[in-house]
Design a protein around this ligand. Sequence first.
Ligand SMILES: CC(C)(COP(=O)(O)OP(=O)(O)OC[C@H]1O[C@@H](n2cnc3c(N)ncnc32)[C@H](O)[C@@H]1OP(=O)(O)O)[C@@H](O)C(=O)NCCC(=O)NCCS
Length: 167
Amino acid sequence: MRSDVTLRRLDEGLLQDLLDVAVVDADPHEVMPPVAGPAGWTDERRTAFSRFHQSRSLSAEPAETTYAIVVGDAVVGAARLCPLEGAEHAVEAGVWIGRSHRGSGVGSAVLRHLLVLARADGFDSLFVSTKPDNTASQRLLAAMGVDLVREGDSVTAWVDLVATGQG
Ligand SMILES: CC(C)(COP(=O)(O)OP(=O)(O)OC[C@H]1O[C@@H](n2cnc3c(N)ncnc32)[C@H](O)[C@@H]1OP(=O)(O)O)[C@@H](O)C(=O)NCCC(=O)NCCS
C-alpha cells in the first residue's frame, strides 16, 4: 500500500484547497450533489461546494466527517464517513480523487485508512454504494473480499469491520 497517502480532517483552510483541486481536476458531478444551471464549475457550483462541506462537516453538529486526501503535501481529493440512519454502528464511506491522481493506488490506500478510522470511531460495518460502470470502485471493494450486490442502477457492498480488523 502507498505510504505517502494521508487523511487530514477537513477545516476551512483545507476546504479552500479542496475546492481548488475539484475545479482543476474533477467534474462537479463526481464531487458534489447536482446544482441546476450551465455545465462546469460556475460560481454557483463553487459556492455550493463550499457550503455543502461547511454544513455537512464543519458545522457545530456535523452530519459526517470529511477528510482531505493528501499525497505528500498536496490535497488531491476527499473522503467521508457518514453514520447511516437506521443502521446501528454502520457508516457509509465516500471518496473522490482528482483525475490526475487516479489509477495509481491512492483510492486503495484511502479505503484502508477509512476502515481504520471507522473502526476507531466504534462502527461495526462500512457501506459503499457506487454505479455499475464504476469499475475502479468495484475493484477497490473486491480487493477487500466483500460481496458486491447489484440492484438496479447501483452496486453496493458492506465491509464487516470486526472481521476485517482481526489479523
Ligand atoms: C473510484 C476512485 C476513488 C478509485 O480510486 P483510484 O485511486 O483511482 O483507485 P486505485 O488506483 O487505488 O485502483 C483501485 C483498483 O481499480 C482499478 N482501476 C483504477 N482505475 C481504473 C479504471 N479507470 N478502470 C478500471 N479499473 C481501474 C485498479 O487497477 C485497481 O484494481 P486492482 O487492485 O484490481 O489492480 C477514483 O477513481 C475516483 O475518485 N473516481 C471519481 C469519483 C468516484 O467515482 N468516486 C467513487 C464513488 S463510489
